[in-house]
Design a protein around this ligand. Structure first.
Ligand SMILES: [Zn+2]
Length: 197
């Protein structure tokens, strides 16, 4: 039996994070009821994003420019690099408006269950950046989960060198807490009261 375009659409939607078959069917029906004002613009937006957005070669952020706008911004403090798991965490910190340094996006966390090992994360480039004499502090802004903490340990091991300060987010990050879900005030406090890693 050949797969119809509708089945194919539902199958692709149901593979997205957080969506099961039921939600995928609902979304497919919703989109088909709004072909001109939602479905086609959405398809165009997906295509434009896929073609124009790339990973920043320095920090791993997503942007249309490479290096990204943050890496190129002369107003940012070049002495600090904040290490995050995902671009969503970078956005969460940017929303607070309380951090003016640079970032490094690892691209995930170590995870035995998901089969993510050190070679799957941007650790080599982090190590390289940590040797930049301009860099004085690396802030490990990783979640307070088991995976987040084992990733923080590994990153701290790789970047340890004389004179480099390595800190972690402190107060306010609940155990098991994902950065992306925290409110701006909590992230700001955690950034300001960071402690030595
Ligand atoms: Zn960048």
């Amino acid at each position: 039996m050949t797969e119809t375009p509708l089945h194919h659409l539902i199958k692709m939607l149901s593979a997205l994070p957080g969506l099961g078959n039921r939600s995928a069917r609902r979304i497919a029906l919703y989109l088909l009821s709004r072909r001109e004002d939602t479905m086609k613009p959405l398809a165009a937006a997906l295509l434009a994003a896929a073609e124009n957005i790339r990973d920043c070669r320095i920090c791993g952020n997503l942007d249309t420019a490479d290096p990204c706008a943050i890496c190129c911004d002369p107003q940012r403090e070049r002495t600090k690099i904040c290490v995050v798991a995902q671009v969503g965490d970078l956005w969460a910190i940017e929303r607070t408006g309380s951090y003016r340094g640079l970032y490094h996006v690892l691209g995930g966390l170590l995870s035995a269950i998901d089969g993510i090992g050190p070679e799957d994360l941007r650790l080599v480039s982090l190590e390289r950046r940590s040797h930049d004499p301009a860099c004085g502090e690396i802030i490990l802004a990783l979640s307070a989960t088991v995976d987040g903490q084992s990733t923080a340990h590994l990153a701290a091991d790789r970047i340890a060198r004389t004179g480099l300060k390595i800190t972690r987010l402190a107060h306010g990050v609940p155990v098991g807490g994902e950065l992306d879900y925290l409110d701006e005030g909590t992230i700001t406090t955690a950034l300001q009261s960071r402690s030595a890693a």
